[in-house]
Design a protein around this ligand. Sequence first.
Ligand SMILES: Cc1cc2nc3c(=O)[nH]c(=O)nc-3n(C[C@H](O)[C@H](O)[C@H](O)COP(=O)(O)O)c2cc1C
Length: 411
Amino acid sequence: MELFTERLFLRPWNESDAESLYEYAKDDRVGPIAGWHVHTSVENSLEIIRTVLSVPETYAVCLKEDNRAIGSIGLMIGKQSHINLPDTEGEIGYWIGVPFWGQGLIPEATRELIRHAFEDLKLETLWCGYFDGNEKSKRVQEKCGFTYHHTDKDIHWKLMDDIRTDHITRLTKEEWRVSKMKTVIIHGQSHKGSTYHIARILADKISGDITEFFLPRDFGEFCCGCTQCFVNDEKKCPHYEKLAPITKAIDNADVIILASPVYVYHTTGSMKAFLDHYGWRWMVHRPEEKMFKKQGVCISTAAGGGMKSTNKDMADSFFYWGVAKIYKYGIGVAAIDWNKVSDKKKSSIEKATDSIARGIIKRNGKVKPSFKTKGFFLIMRLLQKKGWNEADVKYWKEKGWTDKKRPWKNR
Ligand SMILES: Cc1cc2nc3c(=O)[nH]c(=O)nc-3n(C[C@H](O)[C@H](O)[C@H](O)COP(=O)(O)O)c2cc1C
């Protein structure tokens, strides 16, 4: 097995790595703190390659540029681990040569091994650990999402014949999936009032990676009604390039939050102008395939009323884009400033965002569109089979949607 990251190539150890291994493993700052003796010669390193490192799921960590082994990373599954795990769980161990410390290479390798363990090997839980005082290793584990589980005090470490304290950390598949979630928030205003705070509270509860855009600060154009996007190509829209970073973030996100204060019973003009630019993505034209696996949240706040119509303004776009699961949350905050929102309202916001975040996390990665969305898609499919707009017909045909393929099914 071989694994790749941006900078690294992870591959099985070869006997020809002995010299390189010795160069880094003879340094007493590397082995002892990780629980193994310094290597004493190239022959000793060769012996270690033969007897210890040549096992499945143990990889030489190599820079892509020269394929030289500069460290090692391994996954010990079930009984192979030193903490006696069931077969659905594994333990990760690693080290890297001193000249390569501080470059984030081991976190990079570890993240890929975590992906491999959960996605390819279908493990359920991963464990890691560090001996007391090994702060570098502790930081790697924190960076990769492992959290403290327990401490084994004063254990006899056979390999070194000494007494150590081992701190054990853990990462479950569910925690890993959540930590990888991407949320994009499109704020329908450029200030940080009540609507901003509620959207942000929710995104922080979902956790993972959060990207925010503020309208009109990050996009303030009006659709000029040229219809080029529908009729010809979305790239012909005069604002296509300007909108591209937001489009890209939306396409990469698992969760899209559209948040707008109520302005005269509807979304802000900025939000409306923004959504107008995606008319070509409506199911009647050329919906983006990825939408059918995403979750969307509409958030609106008002002094008194209008949240329903405001959320509908945004939910309509989600629905016609094909977004699989849509949540709506509107609240009359009885204030025009977040600081003036009462504690009672804030506690109800906490409860509502807790519940939405829980639902989103539970469905992440397995969300399916509703019957209503699938039904509407099938009606659009009939329309595209007959065809009235060349660009759309071509798109549906290329996607295979006028045939048997469906955007919510894996190929
Ligand atoms: C132009 C404008 C129109 C508004 N229209 C309404 C409205 O129709 N109904 C309402 O209850 N509040 C209305 N409000 C009040 C805001 O919706 C309310 O204060 C909201 O919570 C502000 O959110 P923010 O703190 O995120 O800006 C309006 C405010 C503005 C500036």
